[in-house]
Design a protein around this ligand. Structure first.
Ligand code: B12
Ligand code: SF4
Length: 463
Protein backbone atom coordinates (compact mmCIF):
# COMPACT_ATOMS: atom_id res chain seq x y z
CA UNK A 1 0.00 0.00 0.00
CA UNK A 2 1.20 3.52 -0.82
CA UNK A 3 2.30 5.89 1.96
CA UNK A 4 -0.54 8.19 0.95
CA UNK A 5 -3.67 7.98 -1.14
CA UNK A 6 -4.75 11.38 -2.45
CA UNK A 7 -8.28 12.09 -3.60
CA UNK A 8 -11.05 14.72 -3.65
CA UNK A 9 -14.83 14.95 -3.62
CA UNK A 10 -15.64 16.38 -7.02
CA UNK A 11 -17.71 13.88 -9.03
CA UNK A 12 -18.54 15.47 -12.38
CA UNK A 13 -21.30 13.00 -13.24
CA UNK A 14 -23.19 13.84 -10.03
CA UNK A 15 -23.40 17.52 -10.87
CA UNK A 16 -26.02 18.53 -13.41
CA UNK A 17 -24.70 22.06 -13.78
CA UNK A 18 -21.14 20.90 -14.35
CA UNK A 19 -22.41 18.39 -16.90
CA UNK A 20 -23.93 21.27 -18.86
CA UNK A 21 -20.71 23.26 -18.69
CA UNK A 22 -18.37 20.32 -19.27
CA UNK A 23 -15.14 22.22 -18.69
CA UNK A 24 -13.42 20.04 -16.09
CA UNK A 25 -9.87 20.54 -14.87
CA UNK A 26 -7.93 18.33 -12.48
CA UNK A 27 -7.16 19.69 -8.98
CA UNK A 28 -3.63 21.02 -9.35
CA UNK A 29 -3.01 21.06 -5.60
CA UNK A 30 -3.16 17.27 -5.38
CA UNK A 31 -0.93 16.88 -8.42
CA UNK A 32 1.65 19.23 -6.88
CA UNK A 33 1.59 17.30 -3.60
CA UNK A 34 2.00 14.00 -5.39
CA UNK A 35 5.01 15.25 -7.38
CA UNK A 36 6.67 16.76 -4.32
CA UNK A 37 6.25 13.71 -2.09
CA UNK A 38 7.23 11.21 -4.75
CA UNK A 39 10.41 13.13 -5.50
CA UNK A 40 11.54 12.80 -1.89
CA UNK A 41 10.77 9.09 -1.75
CA UNK A 42 7.18 8.67 -0.55
CA UNK A 43 4.88 6.41 -2.50
CA UNK A 44 1.69 8.20 -3.49
CA UNK A 45 -1.46 6.86 -5.07
CA UNK A 46 -3.94 9.31 -6.59
CA UNK A 47 -7.60 8.51 -7.12
CA UNK A 48 -9.08 11.24 -9.30
CA UNK A 49 -12.82 11.34 -8.63
CA UNK A 50 -13.72 13.73 -11.47
CA UNK A 51 -14.84 11.05 -13.94
CA UNK A 52 -15.20 8.26 -11.39
CA UNK A 53 -18.26 6.75 -9.82
CA UNK A 54 -18.52 6.92 -6.06
CA UNK A 55 -18.73 3.13 -5.94
CA UNK A 56 -15.21 2.91 -7.39
CA UNK A 57 -13.79 4.99 -4.56
CA UNK A 58 -15.82 3.05 -2.01
CA UNK A 59 -14.45 -0.19 -3.41
CA UNK A 60 -10.89 1.13 -3.21
CA UNK A 61 -11.27 2.32 0.37
CA UNK A 62 -12.75 -1.02 1.37
CA UNK A 63 -10.19 -3.10 -0.49
CA UNK A 64 -7.12 -1.28 0.80
CA UNK A 65 -8.24 -0.44 4.31
CA UNK A 66 -5.87 0.88 6.94
CA UNK A 67 -3.77 3.40 5.02
CA UNK A 68 -3.53 7.18 5.06
CA UNK A 69 -5.84 9.13 2.78
CA UNK A 70 -5.51 12.84 2.00
CA UNK A 71 -8.51 14.76 0.74
CA UNK A 72 -8.66 18.11 -1.04
CA UNK A 73 -11.56 20.23 0.20
CA UNK A 74 -13.16 23.29 -1.27
CA UNK A 75 -16.37 25.12 -0.70
CA UNK A 76 -18.42 23.06 -3.12
CA UNK A 77 -17.40 19.57 -2.05
CA UNK A 78 -18.18 19.60 1.68
CA UNK A 79 -20.90 16.98 1.49
CA UNK A 80 -19.12 14.36 -0.64
CA UNK A 81 -15.89 14.92 1.29
CA UNK A 82 -17.67 14.28 4.61
CA UNK A 83 -19.15 11.08 3.12
CA UNK A 84 -15.69 9.95 2.05
CA UNK A 85 -14.25 10.78 5.47
CA UNK A 86 -16.95 8.63 7.12
CA UNK A 87 -16.34 5.76 4.77
CA UNK A 88 -12.57 5.95 5.11
CA UNK A 89 -12.83 5.94 8.90
CA UNK A 90 -15.17 2.93 8.79
CA UNK A 91 -12.47 1.11 6.87
CA UNK A 92 -9.63 1.96 9.19
CA UNK A 93 -8.00 4.81 7.23
CA UNK A 94 -6.27 7.76 8.83
CA UNK A 95 -7.74 10.85 7.23
CA UNK A 96 -5.93 14.10 6.41
CA UNK A 97 -7.82 17.00 4.88
CA UNK A 98 -6.36 20.08 3.18
CA UNK A 99 -7.31 22.93 0.87
CA UNK A 100 -9.31 26.13 1.49
CA UNK A 101 -12.54 24.74 2.95
CA UNK A 102 -11.11 22.62 5.77
CA UNK A 103 -8.68 25.46 6.62
CA UNK A 104 -11.77 27.57 7.30
CA UNK A 105 -13.54 24.91 9.38
CA UNK A 106 -10.85 22.78 11.06
CA UNK A 107 -12.92 21.97 14.16
CA UNK A 108 -15.94 20.89 12.12
CA UNK A 109 -13.86 18.55 9.98
CA UNK A 110 -12.10 17.06 13.00
CA UNK A 111 -15.37 16.53 14.83
CA UNK A 112 -16.78 14.81 11.79
CA UNK A 113 -14.03 12.24 11.53
CA UNK A 114 -10.91 13.80 9.99
CA UNK A 115 -7.76 13.04 11.97
CA UNK A 116 -5.70 16.00 10.83
CA UNK A 117 -6.41 19.28 9.06
CA UNK A 118 -3.52 20.77 7.11
CA UNK A 119 -3.64 24.56 6.89
CA UNK A 120 -1.94 26.24 3.93
CA UNK A 121 0.45 24.64 1.46
CA UNK A 122 0.43 20.89 1.65
CA UNK A 123 3.81 19.85 0.30
CA UNK A 124 6.25 20.45 3.15
CA UNK A 125 3.67 19.81 5.88
CA UNK A 126 2.84 16.36 4.50
CA UNK A 127 6.50 15.42 4.23
CA UNK A 128 6.76 15.91 8.00
CA UNK A 129 3.26 14.78 8.88
CA UNK A 130 3.38 11.33 7.24
CA UNK A 131 6.38 10.10 9.28
CA UNK A 132 4.92 11.73 12.42
CA UNK A 133 1.65 9.86 11.91
CA UNK A 134 3.50 6.56 11.45
CA UNK A 135 5.61 7.11 14.57
CA UNK A 136 3.26 8.89 16.96
CA UNK A 137 -0.24 8.29 15.63
CA UNK A 138 -2.94 10.91 14.93
CA UNK A 139 -3.08 12.17 18.56
CA UNK A 140 0.65 12.77 18.90
CA UNK A 141 1.15 15.48 16.30
CA UNK A 142 2.35 18.17 18.70
CA UNK A 143 4.80 20.47 16.94
CA UNK A 144 4.00 19.49 13.34
CA UNK A 145 3.65 23.00 11.90
CA UNK A 146 0.67 23.73 9.69
CA UNK A 147 -1.63 21.14 11.27
CA UNK A 148 -4.66 21.01 13.55
CA UNK A 149 -5.47 17.73 15.33
CA UNK A 150 -7.11 16.24 18.41
CA UNK A 151 -5.00 14.96 21.28
CA UNK A 152 -5.86 11.74 23.15
CA UNK A 153 -8.34 13.68 25.32
CA UNK A 154 -10.24 14.95 22.31
CA UNK A 155 -8.92 18.46 22.72
CA UNK A 156 -8.31 20.31 19.46
CA UNK A 157 -4.78 21.62 19.20
CA UNK A 158 -3.52 24.07 16.58
CA UNK A 159 0.18 23.83 15.80
CA UNK A 160 2.14 26.92 14.66
CA UNK A 161 1.75 28.02 11.05
CA UNK A 162 4.16 26.54 8.55
CA UNK A 163 6.37 28.96 6.61
CA UNK A 164 5.54 28.95 2.92
CA UNK A 165 8.05 27.47 0.50
CA UNK A 166 10.00 30.60 -0.42
CA UNK A 167 11.31 29.40 -3.77
CA UNK A 168 8.37 27.87 -5.57
CA UNK A 169 10.62 26.87 -8.46
CA UNK A 170 11.96 24.23 -6.08
CA UNK A 171 8.56 22.48 -6.24
CA UNK A 172 8.32 19.96 -9.08
CA UNK A 173 5.66 20.38 -11.75
CA UNK A 174 2.25 18.85 -11.08
CA UNK A 175 2.22 15.06 -11.37
CA UNK A 176 -0.07 14.91 -14.40
CA UNK A 177 1.09 11.38 -15.14
CA UNK A 178 -0.77 10.19 -12.03
CA UNK A 179 -4.17 10.85 -13.60
CA UNK A 180 -5.91 10.28 -16.89
CA UNK A 181 -5.31 13.80 -18.21
CA UNK A 182 -6.20 12.67 -21.71
CA UNK A 183 -9.76 12.15 -20.57
CA UNK A 184 -10.01 15.82 -19.53
CA UNK A 185 -8.59 16.88 -22.89
CA UNK A 186 -11.00 14.59 -24.75
CA UNK A 187 -14.02 15.90 -22.83
CA UNK A 188 -13.02 19.44 -23.64
CA UNK A 189 -12.44 18.58 -27.29
CA UNK A 190 -15.76 16.70 -27.60
CA UNK A 191 -17.78 19.51 -26.05
CA UNK A 192 -15.90 22.63 -27.08
CA UNK A 193 -13.73 21.60 -30.00
CA UNK A 194 -10.57 22.45 -28.03
CA UNK A 195 -8.69 20.21 -25.62
CA UNK A 196 -7.44 22.19 -22.63
CA UNK A 197 -4.82 21.77 -19.88
CA UNK A 198 -4.44 23.97 -16.76
CA UNK A 199 -1.28 25.29 -15.15
CA UNK A 200 -0.30 28.04 -12.73
CA UNK A 201 2.61 30.47 -12.86
CA UNK A 202 2.29 31.91 -9.34
CA UNK A 203 0.86 31.25 -5.88
CA UNK A 204 -1.23 33.68 -3.86
CA UNK A 205 -2.73 37.10 -4.43
CA UNK A 206 -1.75 40.21 -2.44
CA UNK A 207 -5.02 42.08 -3.03
CA UNK A 208 -7.68 42.28 -0.34
CA UNK A 209 -11.08 42.11 -2.03
CA UNK A 210 -13.25 41.59 1.02
CA UNK A 211 -15.22 38.57 -0.20
CA UNK A 212 -12.28 36.59 -1.53
CA UNK A 213 -10.85 33.62 0.36
CA UNK A 214 -7.13 33.66 1.20
CA UNK A 215 -7.30 30.54 3.34
CA UNK A 216 -4.43 28.73 1.62
CA UNK A 217 -1.81 31.24 0.49
CA UNK A 218 -2.66 34.22 2.71
CA UNK A 219 -1.89 37.58 1.12
CA UNK A 220 1.52 36.65 -0.21
CA UNK A 221 2.43 36.39 -3.86
CA UNK A 222 5.18 34.15 -5.17
CA UNK A 223 5.99 33.84 -8.83
CA UNK A 224 7.70 31.02 -10.64
CA UNK A 225 10.62 31.84 -12.92
CA UNK A 226 9.33 32.58 -16.38
CA UNK A 227 11.76 30.11 -17.95
CA UNK A 228 10.46 27.27 -15.77
CA UNK A 229 6.90 28.17 -16.80
CA UNK A 230 7.86 28.19 -20.49
CA UNK A 231 9.47 24.78 -19.99
CA UNK A 232 6.23 23.51 -18.49
CA UNK A 233 4.15 24.89 -21.36
CA UNK A 234 6.54 23.24 -23.82
CA UNK A 235 6.30 19.96 -21.95
CA UNK A 236 2.49 20.13 -21.86
CA UNK A 237 2.35 20.93 -25.56
CA UNK A 238 4.67 18.09 -26.56
CA UNK A 239 3.26 15.50 -24.16
CA UNK A 240 -0.48 16.12 -24.24
CA UNK A 241 -0.91 18.11 -27.45
CA UNK A 242 -3.81 20.22 -26.15
CA UNK A 243 -5.40 22.87 -28.38
CA UNK A 244 -5.24 25.44 -25.61
CA UNK A 245 -4.12 26.01 -22.03
CA UNK A 246 -5.68 27.76 -19.08
CA UNK A 247 -3.44 29.81 -16.82
CA UNK A 248 -5.37 29.27 -13.57
CA UNK A 249 -3.58 32.12 -11.75
CA UNK A 250 -5.49 34.55 -9.57
CA UNK A 251 -4.22 37.59 -11.50
CA UNK A 252 -2.30 36.51 -14.59
CA UNK A 253 -1.08 39.99 -15.62
CA UNK A 254 -0.07 41.07 -12.12
CA UNK A 255 3.62 41.45 -12.99
CA UNK A 256 4.36 43.35 -16.17
CA UNK A 257 8.03 42.54 -16.74
CA UNK A 258 7.46 38.88 -15.86
CA UNK A 259 4.71 38.72 -18.47
CA UNK A 260 6.85 40.38 -21.13
CA UNK A 261 9.75 37.99 -20.46
CA UNK A 262 7.44 34.98 -20.45
CA UNK A 263 5.81 36.04 -23.72
CA UNK A 264 9.15 36.74 -25.41
CA UNK A 265 10.48 33.31 -24.49
CA UNK A 266 7.30 31.58 -25.67
CA UNK A 267 7.68 33.42 -28.98
CA UNK A 268 11.34 32.54 -29.29
CA UNK A 269 10.41 28.87 -28.94
CA UNK A 270 7.39 29.14 -31.26
CA UNK A 271 5.07 28.12 -28.44
CA UNK A 272 1.97 30.02 -29.35
CA UNK A 273 -1.02 28.29 -27.72
CA UNK A 274 -4.51 29.75 -27.44
CA UNK A 275 -5.44 30.39 -23.83
CA UNK A 276 -7.94 31.81 -21.37
CA UNK A 277 -7.08 33.43 -18.08
CA UNK A 278 -8.28 35.78 -15.33
CA UNK A 279 -6.97 39.19 -14.34
CA UNK A 280 -7.80 42.55 -12.80
CA UNK A 281 -8.52 45.60 -14.91
CA UNK A 282 -5.97 47.74 -13.07
CA UNK A 283 -3.24 45.25 -14.03
CA UNK A 284 -4.16 45.53 -17.71
CA UNK A 285 -3.95 49.28 -18.15
CA UNK A 286 -1.43 49.42 -21.00
CA UNK A 287 -1.90 48.52 -24.63
CA UNK A 288 1.45 46.76 -24.42
CA UNK A 289 -0.09 44.18 -22.02
CA UNK A 290 -3.06 43.46 -24.24
CA UNK A 291 -0.87 43.33 -27.31
CA UNK A 292 1.41 40.85 -25.57
CA UNK A 293 -1.51 38.68 -24.44
CA UNK A 294 -2.94 38.65 -27.96
CA UNK A 295 0.43 37.70 -29.46
CA UNK A 296 0.75 34.86 -26.94
CA UNK A 297 -2.60 33.46 -28.08
CA UNK A 298 -5.00 34.82 -25.44
CA UNK A 299 -8.48 34.56 -26.89
CA UNK A 300 -10.47 35.39 -23.77
CA UNK A 301 -9.65 37.24 -20.59
CA UNK A 302 -11.91 37.17 -17.53
CA UNK A 303 -12.17 40.35 -15.53
CA UNK A 304 -13.70 40.56 -12.07
CA UNK A 305 -15.83 43.62 -12.72
CA UNK A 306 -18.27 42.88 -9.87
CA UNK A 307 -20.27 46.15 -9.93
CA UNK A 308 -20.77 49.22 -12.07
CA UNK A 309 -21.05 51.36 -8.97
CA UNK A 310 -17.80 52.84 -7.69
CA UNK A 311 -19.35 53.12 -4.24
CA UNK A 312 -19.83 49.34 -4.13
CA UNK A 313 -16.40 48.60 -5.61
CA UNK A 314 -14.92 50.75 -2.86
CA UNK A 315 -17.01 48.97 -0.22
CA UNK A 316 -15.60 45.69 -1.55
CA UNK A 317 -12.08 47.17 -1.29
CA UNK A 318 -11.60 45.97 -4.80
CA UNK A 319 -8.96 48.59 -5.60
CA UNK A 320 -10.24 48.99 -9.16
CA UNK A 321 -12.30 51.76 -10.78
CA UNK A 322 -15.31 51.35 -13.04
CA UNK A 323 -13.40 53.38 -15.63
CA UNK A 324 -10.45 50.97 -15.51
CA UNK A 325 -12.79 48.05 -16.20
CA UNK A 326 -14.27 49.96 -19.12
CA UNK A 327 -10.87 50.81 -20.55
CA UNK A 328 -9.49 47.30 -20.08
CA UNK A 329 -12.55 45.71 -21.70
CA UNK A 330 -12.40 47.95 -24.74
CA UNK A 331 -8.64 47.63 -25.04
CA UNK A 332 -8.78 43.82 -24.86
CA UNK A 333 -11.49 43.72 -27.51
CA UNK A 334 -9.50 46.13 -29.69
CA UNK A 335 -6.68 43.61 -29.61
CA UNK A 336 -9.02 40.80 -30.63
CA UNK A 337 -9.36 39.30 -27.14
CA UNK A 338 -12.84 38.42 -25.93
CA UNK A 339 -13.77 39.65 -22.48
CA UNK A 340 -15.62 37.59 -19.88
CA UNK A 341 -16.93 39.59 -16.96
CA UNK A 342 -17.78 38.44 -13.43
CA UNK A 343 -20.49 40.44 -11.68
CA UNK A 344 -21.84 40.23 -8.16
CA UNK A 345 -25.28 41.20 -6.87
CA UNK A 346 -26.28 41.96 -3.32
CA UNK A 347 -23.00 43.09 -1.78
CA UNK A 348 -23.39 45.03 1.49
CA UNK A 349 -24.93 48.43 0.91
CA UNK A 350 -26.05 47.81 -2.67
CA UNK A 351 -29.09 49.94 -3.53
CA UNK A 352 -31.26 50.09 -6.60
CA UNK A 353 -29.11 52.94 -8.02
CA UNK A 354 -26.08 50.63 -7.80
CA UNK A 355 -27.93 47.87 -9.66
CA UNK A 356 -28.88 50.42 -12.29
CA UNK A 357 -25.26 51.56 -12.50
CA UNK A 358 -24.15 47.96 -13.02
CA UNK A 359 -26.60 47.52 -15.88
CA UNK A 360 -25.44 50.73 -17.54
CA UNK A 361 -21.82 49.67 -17.02
CA UNK A 362 -22.33 46.27 -18.68
CA UNK A 363 -24.08 47.91 -21.63
CA UNK A 364 -21.31 50.46 -21.98
CA UNK A 365 -18.51 47.87 -21.74
CA UNK A 366 -20.43 45.28 -23.74
CA UNK A 367 -18.29 42.28 -22.75
CA UNK A 368 -18.50 39.17 -24.91
CA UNK A 369 -19.87 37.14 -22.03
CA UNK A 370 -20.74 37.79 -18.40
CA UNK A 371 -21.56 35.71 -15.32
CA UNK A 372 -23.41 36.90 -12.25
CA UNK A 373 -23.52 35.58 -8.70
CA UNK A 374 -25.28 36.75 -5.58
CA UNK A 375 -22.61 37.67 -3.00
CA UNK A 376 -22.02 34.93 -0.44
CA UNK A 377 -19.76 35.11 2.60
CA UNK A 378 -16.92 32.61 2.57
CA UNK A 379 -15.87 31.81 6.13
CA UNK A 380 -13.01 33.95 7.48
CA UNK A 381 -13.18 36.57 4.75
CA UNK A 382 -13.56 40.24 5.66
CA UNK A 383 -17.02 40.15 4.09
CA UNK A 384 -17.98 37.19 6.28
CA UNK A 385 -16.88 39.09 9.38
CA UNK A 386 -19.03 42.07 8.38
CA UNK A 387 -22.20 40.02 7.98
CA UNK A 388 -21.47 37.25 10.50
CA UNK A 389 -24.18 38.32 12.94
CA UNK A 390 -26.75 38.17 10.11
CA UNK A 391 -25.47 35.11 8.23
CA UNK A 392 -27.69 32.10 8.82
CA UNK A 393 -27.70 28.58 7.46
CA UNK A 394 -31.16 27.13 7.47
CA UNK A 395 -30.00 23.55 6.87
CA UNK A 396 -27.48 21.30 8.53
CA UNK A 397 -23.88 22.57 8.15
CA UNK A 398 -22.78 19.17 6.84
CA UNK A 399 -25.27 19.36 3.99
CA UNK A 400 -24.71 23.02 3.10
CA UNK A 401 -21.96 25.19 1.66
CA UNK A 402 -20.93 28.79 2.34
CA UNK A 403 -23.01 29.66 -0.71
CA UNK A 404 -26.15 28.77 1.26
CA UNK A 405 -25.79 31.50 3.89
CA UNK A 406 -28.77 33.81 3.93
CA UNK A 407 -27.99 37.35 5.01
CA UNK A 408 -30.83 38.52 7.24
CA UNK A 409 -32.30 41.81 6.11
CA UNK A 410 -30.94 41.48 2.57
CA UNK A 411 -33.28 41.28 -0.41
CA UNK A 412 -34.61 37.85 -1.32
CA UNK A 413 -33.00 35.55 -3.88
CA UNK A 414 -35.99 36.24 -6.10
CA UNK A 415 -35.18 39.95 -6.03
CA UNK A 416 -31.74 39.23 -7.45
CA UNK A 417 -33.22 36.88 -10.05
CA UNK A 418 -35.28 39.83 -11.27
CA UNK A 419 -32.20 42.06 -11.20
CA UNK A 420 -30.48 39.48 -13.37
CA UNK A 421 -33.36 39.36 -15.84
CA UNK A 422 -33.38 43.14 -15.96
CA UNK A 423 -29.65 43.13 -16.74
CA UNK A 424 -29.79 40.39 -19.36
CA UNK A 425 -32.76 41.86 -21.20
CA UNK A 426 -31.34 45.40 -21.14
CA UNK A 427 -28.04 44.17 -22.54
CA UNK A 428 -29.80 42.06 -25.17
CA UNK A 429 -31.94 45.07 -26.20
CA UNK A 430 -28.84 47.23 -26.44
CA UNK A 431 -27.10 44.68 -28.64
CA UNK A 432 -30.10 44.21 -30.93
CA UNK A 433 -30.84 47.92 -31.36
CA UNK A 434 -28.94 48.49 -34.58
CA UNK A 435 -29.96 45.21 -36.25
CA UNK A 436 -33.50 44.44 -35.24
CA UNK A 437 -35.52 47.23 -33.70
CA UNK A 438 -38.59 45.06 -33.05
CA UNK A 439 -36.62 42.38 -31.22
CA UNK A 440 -34.83 45.09 -29.26
CA UNK A 441 -38.17 46.61 -28.22
CA UNK A 442 -39.35 43.22 -27.00
CA UNK A 443 -36.24 42.79 -24.90
CA UNK A 444 -36.60 46.30 -23.54
CA UNK A 445 -40.15 45.51 -22.51
CA UNK A 446 -38.97 42.33 -20.77
CA UNK A 447 -36.32 44.40 -19.01
CA UNK A 448 -38.95 46.84 -17.79
CA UNK A 449 -41.11 44.00 -16.54
CA UNK A 450 -38.18 42.49 -14.67
CA UNK A 451 -37.34 45.89 -13.19
CA UNK A 452 -40.95 46.34 -12.00
CA UNK A 453 -41.00 42.82 -10.57
CA UNK A 454 -37.76 43.58 -8.77
CA UNK A 455 -39.18 46.78 -7.30
CA UNK A 456 -42.27 44.83 -6.31
CA UNK A 457 -40.12 42.29 -4.49
CA UNK A 458 -38.03 44.95 -2.74
CA UNK A 459 -39.95 44.69 0.51
CA UNK A 460 -39.30 40.94 0.83
CA UNK A 461 -36.13 40.49 2.82
CA UNK A 462 -34.35 37.42 4.14
CA UNK A 463 -35.59 36.49 7.61
C1 B12 B 1 -8.69 27.51 -10.88
C2 B12 B 1 -9.76 27.71 -9.86
C3 B12 B 1 -11.05 27.27 -10.15
C4 B12 B 1 -11.40 26.55 -11.44
C5 B12 B 1 -11.19 25.07 -11.49
C6 B12 B 1 -10.60 24.38 -10.35
C7 B12 B 1 -9.58 23.39 -10.87
N1 B12 B 1 -9.92 22.13 -10.83
O1 B12 B 1 -8.53 23.79 -11.34
C8 B12 B 1 -12.92 26.85 -11.60
C9 B12 B 1 -13.09 28.09 -12.46
C10 B12 B 1 -13.75 25.72 -12.20
C11 B12 B 1 -13.26 27.18 -10.17
C12 B12 B 1 -14.54 27.13 -9.72
C13 B12 B 1 -14.90 27.48 -8.45
N2 B12 B 1 -14.12 28.01 -7.51
CO1 B12 B 1 -12.23 28.17 -7.71
N3 B12 B 1 -10.42 28.55 -7.78
C14 B12 B 1 -9.47 28.34 -8.64
C15 B12 B 1 -8.13 28.95 -8.20
C16 B12 B 1 -7.98 30.33 -8.85
C17 B12 B 1 -6.88 28.15 -8.46
C18 B12 B 1 -6.90 26.69 -7.96
C19 B12 B 1 -5.51 26.15 -8.04
O2 B12 B 1 -5.18 25.47 -8.98
N4 B12 B 1 -4.64 26.50 -7.08
C20 B12 B 1 -3.25 26.11 -7.04
C21 B12 B 1 -3.00 24.96 -6.06
C22 B12 B 1 -1.52 24.66 -6.00
O3 B12 B 1 -3.44 25.37 -4.78
P1 B12 B 1 -4.48 24.51 -3.93
O4 B12 B 1 -5.43 23.84 -4.83
O5 B12 B 1 -5.04 25.37 -2.89
O6 B12 B 1 -3.59 23.39 -3.25
C23 B12 B 1 -2.67 23.62 -2.20
C24 B12 B 1 -3.27 23.62 -0.79
O7 B12 B 1 -4.63 23.91 -0.74
C25 B12 B 1 -2.97 22.27 -0.23
N5 B12 B 1 -3.86 21.16 -0.51
C26 B12 B 1 -4.70 20.96 -1.54
N6 B12 B 1 -5.27 19.74 -1.46
C27 B12 B 1 -4.79 19.13 -0.38
C28 B12 B 1 -5.03 17.87 0.15
C29 B12 B 1 -4.37 17.50 1.32
C30 B12 B 1 -4.60 16.16 1.88
C31 B12 B 1 -3.47 18.39 1.94
C32 B12 B 1 -2.78 18.00 3.17
C33 B12 B 1 -3.23 19.65 1.40
C34 B12 B 1 -3.89 20.02 0.25
O8 B12 B 1 -1.72 21.97 -0.84
C35 B12 B 1 -1.75 22.41 -2.21
C36 B12 B 1 -0.37 22.69 -2.68
O9 B12 B 1 0.28 23.60 -1.84
C37 B12 B 1 -8.39 29.05 -6.65
C38 B12 B 1 -7.61 30.14 -5.96
C39 B12 B 1 -6.18 29.71 -5.73
N7 B12 B 1 -5.29 30.54 -6.09
O10 B12 B 1 -5.89 28.61 -5.27
C40 B12 B 1 -9.88 29.29 -6.60
C41 B12 B 1 -10.72 28.80 -5.38
C42 B12 B 1 -10.23 27.44 -4.97
N8 B12 B 1 -12.08 28.70 -5.92
C43 B12 B 1 -12.95 29.10 -5.10
C44 B12 B 1 -14.35 29.11 -5.36
C45 B12 B 1 -15.23 29.81 -4.34
C46 B12 B 1 -14.86 28.52 -6.51
C47 B12 B 1 -16.35 28.39 -6.88
C48 B12 B 1 -17.27 28.00 -5.74
C49 B12 B 1 -16.77 29.69 -7.54
C50 B12 B 1 -18.23 29.78 -7.91
N9 B12 B 1 -18.88 30.78 -7.37
O11 B12 B 1 -18.73 29.00 -8.66
C51 B12 B 1 -16.30 27.30 -7.98
C52 B12 B 1 -16.47 25.88 -7.41
C53 B12 B 1 -16.16 24.80 -8.42
C54 B12 B 1 -16.36 23.41 -7.90
N10 B12 B 1 -17.38 22.72 -8.39
O12 B12 B 1 -15.60 22.93 -7.06
C55 B12 B 1 -12.35 29.54 -3.78
C56 B12 B 1 -12.53 28.45 -2.72
C57 B12 B 1 -12.89 29.01 -1.38
C58 B12 B 1 -13.16 27.91 -0.40
N11 B12 B 1 -13.16 28.27 0.85
O13 B12 B 1 -13.36 26.78 -0.73
C59 B12 B 1 -10.87 29.82 -4.21
C60 B12 B 1 -9.84 29.65 -3.09
C61 B12 B 1 -10.88 31.27 -4.75
C62 B12 B 1 -10.94 32.33 -3.71
N12 B12 B 1 -9.83 33.00 -3.47
O14 B12 B 1 -11.95 32.60 -3.09
N13 B12 B 1 -12.18 27.49 -9.45
S1 SF4 C 1 -10.68 38.60 -6.05
FE1 SF4 C 1 -8.87 38.28 -7.29
S2 SF4 C 1 -7.71 40.18 -7.04
FE2 SF4 C 1 -9.21 40.17 -5.40
S3 SF4 C 1 -8.11 39.26 -3.67
FE3 SF4 C 1 -9.17 37.58 -4.73
S4 SF4 C 1 -7.71 36.71 -6.17
FE4 SF4 C 1 -6.96 38.73 -5.51
Amino acid sequence: MADLLLTHGYFLFEDEKELEIMKPYPPLGLLYISAYLRRIGFSVDLFDTTFAKREDLVEKLQAESGGVVGLYTNLMTRRPVLDIIGLAKDNGWTVIVGGPESANYPDDYLRRGADVVVIGEGEATLSELLPALAERGPHGLHGVSGTVFQDEFGQILTNPERAQIADIDSIPWPDREQIDLQRYIDVWRDHHGMGSVNLITARGCPYKCRWCSHAVFGFTHRRRHYLDCVNEVEYIKETYKPDQVWYADDVFTIHRSWLLNFAAELKRRHLKLPFETISRADRMMRDEILETLAEMGCYRIWIGSESGSQRILDAMERGVTVEQVHWATKAAQRHGIQVGMFLMWGYEGEEIEDIEATIEHVKRCNPDIFFTTVAYPIMNTAYYKTVADRAVLSGDWAKSTDRDYRIQGRHSRQYYKYADQWLRNEVAAFRLESEDAAAAAQKRQAAQQAQSAMLGAAAEVEA
